[in-house]
Design a protein around this ligand. Structure first.
Ligand SMILES: Cc1cc2nc3c(=O)[nH]c(=O)nc-3n(C[C@H](O)[C@H](O)[C@H](O)COP(=O)(O)OP(=O)(O)OC[C@H]3O[C@@H](n4cnc5c(N)ncnc54)[C@H](O)[C@@H]3O)c2cc1C
Length: 457
């Protein structure tokens, strides 16, 4: 067979796999090149293993309330068992991705790919060059690690999925969702956990009430949070690592993890050879159809840094394939993206936070704070928070924000009416389902601006 393709995709992650399968379905001859494992970040070392770890960590909260429901639990945790079962599930998913590609007649090539021109992809190990009518760059991102002395002593989320033993204590640097989720995971599994963040509160950009509630939830579970501080240096000691902080303090930890953001995977990709332009943040610059400045080359997913989320990469990959090979131009709408943080407590949001919504005109804010029913028999006083933000004029729903059990599942469904432009009256027309937490979203009566006014016990 010749080495000439209609499409060569670089990177078999969320965006690349979807694009390859859809393009092949449109009749294109497609090859996909992957240097590590098929499935990409989400499947191999992102969303999926993370959520499995989150499930593992949540048993601790459940064991705590179990006696109030009459259960006596003798609980012990075994890290190697979790690792082995997680690895088995990831291998199963990788095989499923691979057979999905093969079933779609996509040629899967295990190699590192670089661009050598607008229509040429070089396979580094095989030492041959593929000719491509179109090239899709879907190489994702990688963890950013600050350039400080001893940085090599820290781990990132990549290594956190493979630690041979659980450390006695861990210091996590960062304030984004990966930092917060891993703090929850380690804490739930019994590791003494400290979060250090240079900002003033975790989860910048999320609604302030959710941020405040999450912070309280993390602290009540024993996670130590140090704000407005960063790690200046790391040094190795017998039983771990000593971190030197920007405030002059030195402290020892069993392990240190950097969750300080992710950068687009563009290094050594040959973008210069092909003439592909980057934006000011170092991501590949694309238009609404994921086209780069080079007519034969497109890019989707984290490497374009539009929204670093799996469903977004998938949607962009699908839209690219429909546009270029399906004769159906599709521009992805990035204006309404729901997002969840699988911490403890969990939180999720779609639409505008209160501060941003207020810049769109006069708004009404509806807030309910209550103990989730699961906690009512126990001593747990943690409250759930449901928040709806609407335009005063006409009642259009601008934002839905939930903190507490099942937040992501609830908000996922709220994205549908939001995408349809629903109003408060539309939410009110929905019959409540009882007893649920989500019924609060369709039974709000009067707006409130201060949730302490509307605490329900
Ligand atoms: C810890 C963690 C948790 C996350 N949790 C969530 C979550 O809960 N929900 C969510 O929506 N998103 C989550 N994400 C983000 C999500 O994983 C990414 O947004 C998504 O994987 C991006 O898909 P992609 O196709 O752009 O790239 P990726 O999935 O990263 O795939 C890129 C692929 O390209 C390969 N590659 C790179 N360079 C080359 C090359 N030169 N040659 C060949 N192959 C190459 C890589 O090996 C990789 O397999 C998480 C990420 C992390 C790190």
């Amino acid at each position: 067979m010749s080495d000439s393709y209609d499409l060569v995709v670089i990177g078999a992650g969320s965006g690349g796999v979807r694009a390859a399968r859809i393009a092949s379905g449109h009749g294109a001859r497609v090859a996909i090149v992957e240097e590590y494992r098929v499935g990409g970040t989400c499947v191999i070392r992102g969303c999926v293993p993370k959520k499995l770890f989150v499930y593992a960590s949540r048993f601790r909260d459940l064991f705590e309330i179990a006696p109030s429901f009459g259960w006596t639990v003798d609980s012990r945790f075994d890290w190697p068992t979790l690792l082995a079962n997680k690895d088995k599930e990831i291998e199963r998913l990788e095989r499923a991705y691979l057979s999905g590609l093969e079933g779609a007649k996509v040629e899967v090539i295990r190699d590192r790919a670089t661009l050598t021109g607008p229509n040429a992809v070089r396979l580094e190990q095989a030492g041959r060059t593929l000719e491509a009518r179109h090239i899709l760059i879907a190489t994702g991102g990688r963890p950013f690690v600050p350039d400080i002395p001893g940085r090599e002593l820290g781990i990132t989320s990549n290594e956190a999925f493979h630690l041979p033993t659980l450390p006695r204590s861990i210091l996590i640097e960062g304030g984004g969702y990966v930092a917060v989720e891993f703090a929850t995971i380690f804490n739930g599994l019994g590791v003494d956990t400290t979060l250090v963040y240079r900002g003033e509160r975790v989860l910048r950009g999320f609604d302030e009430d959710l941020r405040e509630g999450l912070e309280a939830g993390l602290q009540s579970r024993g996670i130590r949070i140090i704000y407005q501080t960063s790690i200046r240096a790391l040094r190795e000691v017998d039983d771990g690592v000593v971190a030197s902080f920007s405030d002059g303090v030195d402290a020892p930890f069993g392990a240190v993890m950097f969750a300080t953001g992710r950068v687009p995977n563009v290094k050594g990709l040959g973008l210069e050879a092909a003439g592909v332009a980057l934006d000011e943040g170092g991501a590949i610059a694309v238009d609404a159809y994921s086209a780069t400045n080079v007519p034969s080359i497109y890019a989707v997913g984290d490497v374009t840094n539009r929204a670093q989320l799996t469903p977004v990469a998938i949607r962009e990959g699908h839209a690219f394939a429909d546009t270029v090979f399906g004769n159906k131009p599709v521009a992805v709408d990035h204006s309404l993206i729901g997002t969840a943080v699988f911490a403890e407590p969990e939180l999720a949001s779609v639409g505008l936070n209160e501060a941003d919504a207020a810049t769109h005109g006069d708004v009404d804010v509806y807030i309910a704070r209550f103990r989730p029913m699961q906690n009512t028999l126990s001593l747990s006083s943690e409250r759930m928070l449901m928040k709806l933000i609407t335009l005063k004029d006409g009642g259009k729903v601008l934002g839905v924000h939930v903190l507490g059990p099942g937040a992501a599942e609830i908000v996922q469904m709220a994205t549908i009416p939001m995408a349809m432009g629903a109003t408060k009256a539309d939410f009110d027309r929905a019959m409540a389902m009882h007893p649920t937490a989500a019924e609060e979203l369709v039974t709000f009566k009067a707006p409130t601006h201060r949730y302490r006014d509307c605490i329900r016990v």
